[in-house]
Design a protein around this ligand. Structure first.
Ligand SMILES: Nc1ncnc2c1ncn2[C@@H]1O[C@H](COP(=O)(O)OP(=O)(O)OP(=O)(O)O)[C@@H](O)[C@H]1O
Ligand code: SF4
Ligand SMILES: [Mg+2]
Length: 341
């Protein structure tokens, strides 16, 4: 599929094709299908959201996108290039353009290094510029994320959580990346400062032409920041489309349930009238259900759903869904559909 086809002027910066990532369990007796056949493009300059419950494979996709782990099968192209085909040296320099930021800034910052030393570190490792040039770049990055110069001499424990996350963003910016994967980057922050950090991401995107992949389980965050959103369930995408369309008129029963369960902070347009309570637990990614993976919890499941995996279909312009029975007028309130012969 080519999710970018509706807007040919916006070239993909990342193309993901039939991506699979598998892990061996620690006793090496079984294989976890963490990501199992995912296709999408990230368009240059956009914010692409990925939402889904814990364990659905979001972080695994994020790590694969920046080649912190190698796909088990399928391809990830950066600007049309396969980074795995590059020489070791080319690969090291190429990967600076594709950064990832995680939830916990404490894990990313060395408590014994000053803030300036932490921001300088990636530049030093990459051997970029002279000492003076590196320091200027690091100070500029701190300024860009809204931290006063004197913060450079402080240590991480002298900063708040939001300030530490700004330092982590500055560290990623020094390498002047094209794309940043943001994995739950505001989840550990107080509600009161989440908005400020999200606004910082938006400002940096506008000023520096950045592309983001924004991973979160928080629908309010996705609605605030992303233009398109993909919904993940058990290692696969079940729905992908413009954030407004997916949130106001979700076509997949799983997305409908996710939205209906969301508590108050969601905009009223995103709240569904009736809460859909999903039955049962998320199945194991070691042995996912046959056919549609959501069928064991889907309120609309039919016999066909156990027999055949649903196709990934573009049901509305730029709006993709994997469900046998989804249609553009599908509503969570309607009766279960008749099975097609
Ligand atoms: N290194 C690993 N070895 C074995 N299994 C792994 C490994 N990393 C992830 N997994 C498994 O892969 C699946 C997807 O994990 P992942 O961390 O991508 O989920 P997630 O959607 O990011 O969840 P969360 O919202 O909790 O962060 C899970 O079942 C997880 O246990
Ligand atoms: S394919 Fe069947 S089980 Fe899967 S989401 Fe659609 S109706 Fe539910
Ligand atoms: Mg995760």
């Amino acid at each position: 599929m080519t999710a970018a086809s509706a807007e040919p002027s916006r070239e993909p910066i990342v193309s993901v094709r039939d991506l699979q990532v598998r892990f061996q369990t620690s006793d090496r007796r079984a294989t976890v299908k963490a990501v199992d056949g995912v296709n999408f493009d990230v368009r240059r300059g956009e914010t692409f959201g990925i939402i889904g419950e814990s364990g659905s494979g979001k972080t695994t996709i994020g790590r694969a996108l920046v080649f912190l782990l190698k796909p088990s099968a399928g391809a990830i192209l950066h600007d049309g290039t396969d980074p795995l085909a590059l020489s070791r040296k080319q690969f090291q320099s190429h990967r600076r353009d594709y950064q990832i930021i995680f939830q916990d800034p404490n894990a990313a910052l060395n408590p014994r290094m000053t803030i300036l030393a932490s921001v300088l570190e990636p530049l030093e490792l990459a051997g970029i510029g002279t000492k003076a040039e590196r320091e200027r770049q690091a100070r500029e990055a701190l300024e860009r994320v809204g931290l006063p110069q004197e913060f450079g001499e402080r240590y991480p424990h002298q900063l708040s959580g939001g300030q530490k996350q700004r330092v982590v963003i500055a560290r990623a910016l020094t390498l002047r990346p094209k794309l940043i994967v943001c994995d739950e980057v505001v989840a550990a922050l107080d509600m009161s400062i989440r908005g400020d950090v999200l606004n910082l991401f938006a400002d940096l995107q506008r000023d520096l032409g950045l592309t983001y992949v924004f991973i979160t389980h928080d629908l309010a965050v996705v609605s605030h920041i992303s233009e398109r959103v993909a919904v993940m369930y058990l290692g696969q995408f079940v729905e992908l489309g413009p954030t407004e369309a997916v949130s106001e008129r979700p076509l997949h029963p799983y997305t409908q349930a996710l939205l209906s369960a969301e508590p108050r902070p969601l905009p009223s347009s995103m709240r569904l009238e009736e809460r859909i309570v999903l039955q049962g637990e998320v199945p194991s990614p070691i042995d996912p259900p046959t056919g549609c993976r959501f069928r064991t919890r889907c309120p609309h499941a039919q016999p066909l759903c156990a027999e055949q995996a649903p196709e990934w279909r573009e049901l509305k312009p730029d709006h993709w869904v994997a469900c046998h029975f989804a249609d553009p007028n599908f509503s969570p309130d309607q009766e279960p559909p008749e099975e097609t012969p």
